[in-house]
Design a protein around this ligand. Structure first.
Ligand code: CA
Length: 421
């Protein structure tokens, strides 16, 4: 049964933030940063109601200015607050003042201590591998562990923050000497970000069975990438300055509890692929490790903006296509004893599927710039140009709209416009 809210805008079947979503974010309406929960087009101010929440630990978490404290508390407290908020916003509960989203500025929600970016779509790994090392597109380790690299937490920015085209050192194969200048092959990567909840002590790995309870929630993530910089620098140690200049995240963090109805079996491994090693394998994870999450990329060029046109959809993908799950990412990350801390960010890697319309970056869509994308207004793109805006959207949906079984939650948007170098 669809749960209804007394907040009318939350009951629209196409709403991103119905009663069964309740994502957390940090907002400011001129009184400093506060934690809030999105409901329809409104925000419940958790500081305002903190005196009534179920436990002293939650009172403290709800009056903080970032989500780290709440993330550190773990699933028992997360469930207690989620149930309390649900009762307060459910149809029939007393209506109380909320804050219109249009009255606030969203702030960065989490103090991210560390950010790790993975590479968990086999489709993306194969397509990108064919470009970066055609001799062996998918390396022998890929199907045995979720490959990742330590990325940069300091340059993770909130959706809406402009993205400056980076400078970098490049050397196209056609020239003999490298040169330093503005990135010419600027790209986006469609990803999902996951936030660690209670961390783990140094030297104490998190088992695959425990991993789901250590993940707080998810957001949209754009791992901006300078491909010409990446081509030249990432041999042999992988991405560095081609990635560290900026990563954008969406402002609302969808709790894993809201994703429960959309959990599905893991990506079916092609025949002949190895099973995960025992420490990355559990029956529960195999049955519910996937997430049926639709993801979209839109491009909005200055010319489209100037004539009032709509952004063009470049990609429709789904997180179900990922070869490794978020629990496997977290377990692998901690399997050597490395400690994660509350609010650490894990990027999924580019979400690409097996069809041409589900490729999650321009590198794949344009085959490294060899095939242009033709926009409806006659423009062409191989990589991003100054003034281009990239918009990521995501939603989970099941059942037919209008039916009693219909259930939908959205992630909102993650946007960024490119500024000149
Ligand atoms: Ca990436």
């Amino acid at each position: 049964m669809i749960p209804y809210s007394w907040v009318e805008s939350a009951n629209d079947p196409s709403a991103d933030f119905p009663l069964h979503n309740l994502p957390y974010g940090v907002f400011d309406r001129g009184e400093g940063a506060r934690i809030g929960v999105a409901i329809g087009d409104q925000i419940l101010d958790l500081r305002e109601v903190a005196a009534d929440v179920p436990s002293p630990a939650l009172v403290q978490a709800c009056t903080a200015t970032s989500l780290n404290s709440f993330m550190s508390l773990g699933p028992g407290h997360w469930t207690a607050l989620r149930n309390w908020i649900t009762e307060r916003l459910r149809a029939g509960a007393a209506t109380r003042p909320l804050i219109p989203m249009t009255d606030v500025t969203m702030k960065f929600p989490v103090e991210i201590g560390d950010y790790t970016d993975f590479f968990t779509s086999l489709y993306h790994a194969t397509n990108a591998g064919k470009i970066f090392h055609p001799d062996q597109p998918v390396r022998p380790n890929y199907k045995h562990m979720p490959i990742g690299y330590h990325s940069r937490a300091s340059s993770v920015v909130l959706s809406g923050t402009p993205v400056q085209r980076p400078y970098g050192q490049t050397k196209p194969p056609t020239v003999n000497q490298p040169s330093f200048g503005p990135c010419r092959l600027l790209d986006y990567e469609l990803e999902v970000g996951f936030f660690a909840g209670p961390g783990n002590a140094l030297g104490k790995p998190v088992s695959i069975d425990a991993a789901p309870s250590r993940i707080f929630g998810a957001c949209l993530l754009n791992d901006w990438s300078g491909r010409d910089i990446q081509f030249w620098e990432s041999q042999p140690l992988g991405p560095f300055l081609s990635k560290s200049f900026c990563t954008s995240i969406s402002p609302w963090i969808v709790p894993m509890a809201a994703l429960e109805p959309f959990r599905i079996p893991v990506f079916p491994r092609p025949a002949g692929d190895p099973a995960p090693l025992a420490h990355l394998h559990s029956r529960e994870e195999q049955q519910r490790g996937g997430i049926d999450l639709n993801l979209e990329v839109y491009l909005f060029t200055p010319r489209m903006r100037s004539v009032g046109a709509s952004p063009m959809c470049l990609t429709r993908g789904n997180f179900r296509d990922m070869y490794w799950t978020v629990a496997q990412m977290l377990t692998h990350h901690t399997s050597n004893g490395c400690n994660l801390r509350p609010g650490d960010l894990l990027g999924s890697g580019t979400v690409s599927g097996g069809t041409p319309d589900s490729l999650g970056c321009l590198l794949e869509l344009t085959r490294a710039g060899t095939e242009a994308i033709h926009l409806p207004n006659g423009e062409e793109r191989r990589f991003l140009e100054d003034g281009d805006e990239v918009i990521l959207r995501g939603y989970c949906e099941r059942g037919e709209p209008g039916s009693a079984e219909h259930l939908r939650i959205g992630f909102g948007e993650c946007r960024g416009v490119i500024l000149p170098a």
